[in-house]
Design a binder for this molecule. Structure first.
Ligand code: NAP
Length: 295
């Protein structure tokens, strides 16, 4: 039995792993996709202290190595259920079962979808949720980004260096993103703003050909990058876990309503979801778990 199983090897989960390993705990981190989580999709991290301009991929790799060098075991497996037992927890994936005295849930969030009819069918054939991952396929082509937050505007800027033209489609007349970012967007000659517009239809069968909006536009595009926020990865993971709008109810101490189950990073209720607050959560959650184990 592990002392601590960490679900999710993003910045929150791996920071928790580092703190737990340094306290001599036996730690397993389970990751469904790739170490580093969402941050590996970021081209340049400019707001994390002491590491200006580090790429997301480099950040994720360095963090993974730091944890592994301390003895943290990382396995690639998607957790489907966490079951509180009389003593500890059983953590299940489709094919495996793991046991631990404590669990730290650091499962992050996933991109929100527009929920349009053929959206799922066109993923990988014109529809994407990550410009850093898929932008390279659109060199010299025409793309659209949907959303008005910091992420959408970062995606649009990134794509404007690759694509011939970028339509930035937002449902309001003003952006939610930082003013400085909006100012930069407005200086880019190949970004065209399409405001007060909701995307209502994706045309194309084998691949995306055009998009339609509710204010009468039909825009011919090769790619659409949907960046309209994210939803927490909590769905049916733990019975009885207190949630608020699907985020795990918690505060700075990273405890939950279930003794021995802690939460860290974007998946918990919090005011600011940033790299720096995710790593801070990792430290707090591990410290709370270490104290729990001591008792
Ligand atoms: P966000 O700030 O929540 O923005 C989501 C955007 O999508 C909003 O403009 C929203 O429109 C729009 N939207 C939501 N549902 C929609 C729908 N069904 N159809 C069309 N549009 C829809 O999310 P985010 O941009 O992913 O950022 C998440 C957090 O990370 C934020 O706190 C952000 O500041 C932070 N972040 C920071 C940086 C940085 O460089 N500091 C970079 C990336 C992200 P409305 O505005 O109309 O609600």
């Amino acid at each position: 039995m592990y002392d601590i199983i960490i679900v999710g090897a993003g910045p929150a989960g791996l920071t928790a792993a580092i703190y737990a390993a340094r306290a001599n705990k036996n730690v397993l981190a389970l990751e469904a996709l790739a170490c580093g989580g969402q941050i590996i999709n970021t081209t340049s991290i400019d707001n994390y202290p002491v590491a200006p301009h580090i790429t997301g991929v480099e950040f994720g790799k360095t963090l993974q190595k730091q944890a592994e060098d301390l003895g943290v075991k990382i396995e690639y497996d998607e957790v489907t259920r966490i079951i509180p037992l009389d003593e500890g927890f059983r953590v299940e994936s489709e094919d495996e079962e793991y046991n631990a005295k404590c669990v730290i849930l650091a499962s992050g969030t996933s991109p929100r979808k527009l929920k349009l009819q053929n959206e799922d069918a066109l993923i990988g054939n014109g529809v994407s949720y990550c410009a850093t991952c898929d932008g390279g396929f659109y060199k010299g082509k025409v793309v659209a980004v949907n959303g008005g937050g910091n992420s959408a505007l970062h995606e649009a800027l990134y794509l404007s260096d690759i694509a011939e033209k970028v339509y930035l489609i937002h449902r309001r007349g003003e952006f939610r993103a930082d003013a400085a970012l909006v100012d930069i967007i407005k200086t880019r000659g190949n970004i065209e703003l399409v405001l007060n517009a909701n995307i209502t239809k994706l045309n194309g069968e084998q691949k995306l050909e055009s998009i339609e909006t509710d204010n009468g536009h039909t825009i011919k595009v090769d790619g659409l990058f949907i960046s309209i926020g994210r939803t927490p990865n909590t769905a049916n993971l733990v019975e009885g876990l207190a949630l608020d709008d699907n985020y795990v109810k918690s505060s700075e101490d990273c405890t939950t309503n279930i003794p021995g189950l802690f939460v860290a990073g974007d998946v918990r209720t919090k005011a600011l979801r940033q790299l720096v607050t995710a790593t801070a959560d990792g430290a707090n959650a591990a410290t709370a778990a270490i104290n729990f184990l001591r008792k």
